[in-house]
Design a protein around this ligand. Structure first.
Ligand code: PRX
Length: 655
């Protein structure tokens, strides 16, 4: 990769301090306390994490060594330690007064709701786990989960964790084809799904998509466990498909949690990279449990009576860590919502906050921007006074959206934690601790204690104050992914060799550009690779391009992101056509539909631009940088001397 110029034009100097009242009762109360934690963690990282692991989690058997880093970049944490994440999320709370506390408060899109206490959730998880065992699932077997946002999605995940069967959750917005590819790659033999789910006032027929995915002989699934959600007629294949409601009444509630090795695989979650097919990010048990637990506790400042709501879907890492595992491990109340921001109810999020008296609220900038557009009257018509802390995740938040969140939603009293992290890192890496760290709109602020984040050049040297560079992490942390499922070489290449290790010191390359200001605050500027972040969804340009070229009319495709007010980035596809195919409105529509079918609506290009040829270097590499400028309607910037045929650019410009 050549060294691009990373520049930030954002200048933002406003500083917001937490109120004395907030800091007084906060988990971490001052900058001094934060710094002391960082100092302890850098003086003796292993002791820092070991103390937390001992204090915060239940272990069936203690570990031998805290960190085994003898074979970098493959780290092992708490080796030989035995624990179970579902035990830490459920069983250990049952002997305390959390037993009858709401664990999950669920709100369905049509307005139905359910509350499950810790005792009730434990029972359901045990039953679900026993049903999975009856279907032949054994420790180590991978289970696919393709579910709407209903409590059974969390129950299914916890049931898998309970019996030691790694789950692989596939977001319900992915198409049958995308589901099929993930099920094949992860070698799942059981899938858990629902008849359907509600999304934007319509039913998404999930089970139907599973049936389509399973037609491919390469999928090894022999059983489908179906939860009834929407109630429409659903085809069931005898011998393969079973209804959860048929089996639940007789399933035993006795299912002891399997003692898992700290390094046993907990889940595989697919995410997009710059090249090739999506990567199966592998997380393991002990380190992930600890990191999910402690980041949730400190960053969201969990207090006994908090009602915490993270709006993410469980199909993404945010849903794994901050809807399910981190929250329940702390014995807190997690609100789960089936709906998405939608025009038919522009106050839908604010209704949930008012109804359930949500105190901590965590969402994405793209949702915030969508609500800004819908108008202030909607939040203003609701009582949001229960809120005391706000968070954002998924992409850089523009200061205007931050200020709206701060004033209109937070009533100027709630700190905002802007949290930077990735599927790969398992939990939040750079963020404010709300009672301790003053915030600046648009900055994720400072690294979590124990995280050695830096901004570097391609040799791994730290760049100067306010200079752009690559976001990197210098030392392993417990929540980090362990490998890519079935492809350890790709893990090494993708994350650890962009910046060549020096004297055995490996640097994790995150794929984001950033700068650090004079206070050491991080300003994340977005991806430096061919990954698009559209409406908070991470998409590889390669994946969308492969979907496009699989259409018979398309010869070549290049996909880029273009700035968008709501989504952050919209997807623009430049395509050249095969033989006699002619460009037309109808074909553009058909190609968009084709991408929806191949990947899902989240990857549907906003714009298709037909071209006679694509701009390439003499070695044949498509020059996306130029296409990005063209898509944005901007002047072509930077060097075009490596362009093979300058005429191509002129033609594209003329459109
Ligand atoms: O580019 C960064 C952006 O989202 C990417 C990670 O995407 P994903 O693995 O899907 O996880 C999203 C939820 C953790 C990052 O490489 N990103 C995430 N959070 C922020 C962000 N960019 C700027 N600021 C953030 N707070």
């Amino acid at each position: 990769m050549s060294q691009p110029t990373i520049e930030s034009i954002l200048q933002e100097n406003r500083l917001f301090h937490p109120s004395a009242e907030f800091s007084q009762t906060a988990r971490i109360k001052s900058l001094g306390e934060y710094r002391a934690l960082c100092d302890r963690a850098s003086a003796d990282p292993q002791a820092f994490w070991a103390d937390l692991a001992r204090q915060e989690l239940h272990w069936f058997q203690p570990w031998d060594s805290v960190l085994d880093w003898s074979d970098p970049p493959f780290a092992k944490w708490f080796t030989q330690g035995k624990l179970n994440l579902s035990y830490n999320c459920l069983d250990r709370h049952l002997t305390t007064d959390k037993r009858d506390k709401p664990a999950i408060v669920w709100e369905g899109e049509p307005g139905d709701s359910r509350t499950l206490t810790y005792a009730e959730l434990h029972q359901d998880v045990c039953k679900f786990a026993n049903v999975l065992k009856d279907l032949g699932v054994q420790k180590g077997d991978r289970v696919g989960i393709y579910m709407p946002m209903i409590p059974e999605a969390a129950i299914a995940m916890l049931a898998c964790a309970r019996i030691g069967a790694p789950h692989s959750v596939v977001f319900g917005g992915f198409s049958a084809e995308a589901l099929r590819d993930r099920l094949i790659d992860v070698e799942a033999n059981v899938v858990i799904t629902a008849d359907g789910g509600w999304r934007k006032d319509a039913i998404v027929p999930l089970k139907e998509q599973v049936d389509t995915a399973l037609k491919d002989a390469r999928v090894a699934v022999h059983h489908v466990l179906v939860v009834q959600r929407t109630g429409q007629a659903t085809a069931m294949e005898p011998g393969r498909d079973v209804w959860w409601h048929d089996l639940a009444p007789t399933a035993s509630t006795n299912c002891p949690a399997e003692p898992m090795d700290s390094e046993d695989m907990l889940f595989v979650l697919y995410t997009s990279g710059s090249t090739g097919k999506p990567k199966g990010v592998v997380h393991t048990t002990g380190g992930y449990n600890l990191y999910a637990h402690i980041t949730t506790q400190w960053i969201f400042d969990l207090q006994e009576n908090d009602v915490y709501w993270c709006t993410a879907d469980v199909g993404w890492i945010t849903g794994h860590t901050y809807v399910v595992y981190g929250v329940l491990s702390n014995g807190a109340t997690s609100v789960m919502y089936e709906g998405a921001p939608r025009g038919s109810n522009p106050g839908c999020f604010w209704d949930v906050i008012e109804k359930h008296q949500v105190s901590v609220f965590y969402t994405a900038p793209t949702a915030i921007r969508a609500f800004i557009k819908m108008g202030d009257e909607h939040p203003k018509a609701r009582d949001l006074s229960s809120l005391r802390l706000l968070g954002t995740v998924g992409e850089p938040i523009n200061p205007e959206a931050w200020m709206w969140y701060h004033t209109v939603i937070g009533g100027e009293r709630c700190p905002i934690v802007d949290t930077w992290w990735q599927t790969e890192t398992g939990g939040i890496m750079i963020t404010a601790l709300p009672g301790a760290i003053p915030t600046k709109p648009g900055s994720a602020t400072l690294p979590f204690p124990g995280i050695q984040a830096d901004v570097v050049d391609l040799e791994g040297n730290s760049v100067g104050v306010n200079e752009g560079g690559y976001l990197a992490v210098r030392y392993p942390h417990p929540g980090m992914m362990r490998t890519i499922y079935g492809d350890p070489d790709r893990f090494r290449r993708t994350y650890w060799e962009h910046i060549p290790p020096k004297d055995g010191n490996y640097l994790y390359f995150a794929g984001d550009g950033a700068r650090r200001d004079e206070d050491g605050y991080f300003w994340v500027m977005g991806r430096v690779d061919d990954v698009i972040n559209s409406a908070g969804h991470r998409l590889g340009t390669m994946e969308i391009e492969s979907a496009l070229v699989s259409h018979p009319a398309v010869a070549e495709a290049a996909v880029v992101g273009k700035p968008d007010d709501i989504k952050g980035e919209d997807i623009v596809a430049f395509v050249t056509l095969e033989g006699t195919h002619q460009s037309s409105e109808a074909l553009a529509k058909e190609l968009k539909q084709h991408v929806t079918k191949e990947i899902g609506a989240i990857a549907r290009p906003g714009e298709i631009r037909f071209a006679e040829a694509l701009p390439k270097t003499r070695s044949g590499k498509i020059m996306r940088r130029l296409l990005r400028d063209l898509a944005a309607g901007a002047e072509i910037s930077g060097d075009t001397s490596t362009l093979e045929d300058r005429g191509v650019l002129e033609k594209l410009r003329e459109g």
